[in-house]
Design a protein around this ligand. Structure first.
Ligand SMILES: Nc1nc2c(ncn2[C@@H]2O[C@H](COP(=O)(O)OP(=O)(O)O)[C@@H](O)[C@H]2O)c(=O)[nH]1
Ligand SMILES: [Mg+2]
Length: 317
């Protein structure tokens, strides 16, 4: 059998055929021409799924929580697709057998599809590949899609572009680390989960997070803090309710697929522009830098002029 999706693949994916879906995911991951063509054909069929991003430091219990959430959603009759972008995730099969059995509890369920992304070789970036795999799961009819990424640097910001609801999982007793998290992860959280609430420092961590949130002003949705014990399923039904509530509260702003397309185009255009500007080496750009350094031009005006230079360079390239 050919590894490439061919004619009939679109129909098979839309019908939710698992083998066709898995082959299509490989084609998309490998950025083949057939994969690209298929993604184009799918676009009019997207937008039903709700996408939840789950991020946080390694060991916080993300995969255990994802496993528990799958159970909660299955119990409510939903189908669930999972994209795991954490290379150390038990979903990616690197874990010992016992762990795999526990974490992959729902792997074989007919309403569950779990895909792990290899951490190497994504020309357009891992988040872009993840977004495309999300599109495939959406097209195949999965109601709820979860993207798990390890919270390391850029990845949690990237997942924000894909997800309708962003969940950050914090283990108890982070202390100073909470300060570090604040800058990146907390900025993008719709829901903060203090997992491992069976450990003594959970209450304190919850208080610290609440204190941090109280320092900010939020329009619309105010981030919520929830305590869970993922290993025992405690707090998980409440968490699933909260995800639904967030989805309903934000339905008008981020209508699933429309919002996703908007965020992904904005992010990839911003990447493109940034690369262009960084690679500008003409006298005009040097002059711009000098003007800013001398205090003769403010950043806002310089931004606009740099963007114009980059666009012109882009046209000539
Ligand atoms: N005590 C306790 N341990 C947990 C809880 N949730 C997960 N763990 C454990 O924490 C470890 C890391 O979990 P995992 O889900 O792989 O974390 P991830 O790296 O964030 O995906 C595993 O040994 C889990 O069994 C919890 O609520 N309480
Ligand atoms: Mg994990």
């Amino acid at each position: 059998m050919s590894a490439e999706p061919g004619a009939g693949t679109l129909a098979a994916v839309l019908a939710g055929e698992r083998r066709a879906l898995a082959r299509a995911m490989s084609a998309v991951e490998n950025e083949t021409a057939a994969g690209r063509a298929l993604l184009g054909e799918l676009q009019p069929h997207l937008g039903r799924a709700r996408v939840l991003g789950v991020t946080g430091p390694p060991g916080a219990g993300k995969s255990t929580l994802v496993n528990a959430l799958i159970g909660a959603w299955l119990a409510r009759g939903a189908s669930v697709g999972v994209v795991a972008v954490d290379p150390s995730s038990p979903f990616s099969g690197g874990a010992i057998l016992g762990d795999r059995i526990r974490m992959g509890e729902h792997q074989a369920h007919e309403r569950v599809f779990i895909r792990s992304l290899a951490s190497r070789g994504h020309g357009g970036g891992l988040s872009r590949t993840a977004a495309r795999v999300v599109d495939l799961l959406d097209a195949a009819g999965y109601d709820q899609i979860i993207v798990e990424t390890v919270g390391a640097g850029q990845s949690e910001v990237e997942v924000a572009e894909i997800a309708d609801t962003r969940m950050v999982v914090c283990p108890p007793g982070l202390g100073d680390e909470v300060q570090a998290l604040k800058a990146g992860i907390l900025e993008i959280a719709d829901i903060l989960v203090v997992n491992k609430a069976d450990l003594p420092q959970a209450e304190r961590t919850e208080r610290e997070l609440l204190a941090m949130l109280s320092l900010r002003h939020y329009d619309g949705w105010t981030p919520q803090v929830v305590r869970t014990v993922a290993t025992r399923g405690e707090g998980v039904a409440e968490l699933a309710d909260l995800v639904a509530r967030h989805g309903a509260a934000c339905a008008s702003q981020r209508r699933s697929h429309g919002g996703r397309v908007r965020r992904l185009i904005a992010a990839s255009a911003a990447d493109w522009l940034k690369r262009r500007i960084e690679n500008l080496d003409g006298a005009e750009f040097e002059q711009l830098c000098t003007l800013v350094q001398r205090g003769e031009l403010d950043y806002a005006s310089a931004d606009l002029r740099a963007a114009e230079l980059a666009l012109r360079a882009g046209k000539n390239a």
